[in-house]
Design a binder for this molecule. Sequence first.
Ligand code: NAD
Length: 400
Amino acid sequence: MLSSAESLVKTVAKKLELSDKEIKSLLSPHAILEGNIKLDDGRQFKAFRVQHNNSLGPFKGGIRFHPEVNEDEVRALALLMSLKTAAIGLPLGGGKGGVVVDPKELNDNQKEELSRKYVQLIYEKIGPHKDVPAPDVNTNGQIIDWMVDEFQKLTGDQTKASFTGKTILNGGSEGRIEATGRGGAISLREVLNHFSENSPEYSIQGFGNVGIYFAATMHELLPQAKLVAVSDSSATLVNKDGLDVEQLKKYKEAGGRFKDFELDNVLVKGSEYIISHKVDVLCFAALGDVVTTDNFGSINARYILELANGPVSDEAHDKLTDENVIIIPDIIANAGGVVVSYLEWKQNLEGEHWDLEKVRNDLEKYIVDATQKMIKNSEQTNSSLKDSATQLAIKRILKV
Ligand code: NAD
């Protein structure tokens, strides 16, 4: 992942004719904080925080608890966060954190102890104007609330702007849960409008948080678009007349698996089938590295929306764009989450709590503006949307 993220930056930097010094400054993290966290029961866990770049504002990015997280992965994710915050136009930089732990091996008290000790390790180097972490894989609002409380105890900071992704009662923002899916739908609408696509058929791989809110927002913003196929890890559901988003949402929220779904007119196929189903727009909202050089030929869509991080490999991306498939890149398509994180940070600093309508309006402005700039630059520079968004991000970071 690190070499792929670095090679993307190098390729785009070459096109921009950047100097070696500029490329080096983009690739080198500002700081890597690391240490061991020792729990009272004697177990020790390695912990990292990579602060990649802060030329536009405080470092920003999640903290994941995962047994396989490592320094290279955290470095790659921190670099991608710098690109994402810059591409979407936020006054923030990029960072990422991780603890090498399987959270299933911890009870709630031990999770709290780990979260607090993580903050004890790095608190002097983070804070509302330095580095503002958030939840990520296996971390959530409760874990962030413990971290904020620890930070407050250690520093006296009362703003709660030291972390985002807090629970609502503890300074979290309205609209955070839906933000990534909602942002993806807004970005897709802008791209489809630009190409005068009026009533597209679309499919979604993955119907979790992002997939569900994406589909619900599509229904609200583009009611003429039709969801014709959707998958989870067990099966793909297909209905050429359109699937009922609200019904699927309820089914998933009640813990249902698509392989057990029964309804007239809905076909149940294997989970891999989703990739090859013919649609106008194929949306990836599950995993990374789904489309590679091995399977890109089975794609039967004219547009791809990268709601997950890196679902289309670099090589597959180039082959698909050669075939005129338009790929809306993750750093724009899934940036809604970090936009609302930024809005949460702003609310905390200003001592305010905004209503859902204001959060949604602000989210929309960022996504519309960034998507339109990406499209315009792609046409001016004759590059793919991904290269265009990366070019704009790099230019902002380096202020060139
Ligand atoms: P989630 O765990 O809520 O949902 C993921 C869904 O994908 C689950 O329903 C799971 O069953 C399904 N899935 C897993 N393997 C699959 C397969 N092989 N085929 C089809 N479906 C499969 O996660 P999420 O929060 O919705 O995130 C989805 C993706 O978006 C992840 O890659 C995540 O890193 C990325 N992302 C999420 C956010 C966010 O704010 N939640 C922000 C940026 C990026």
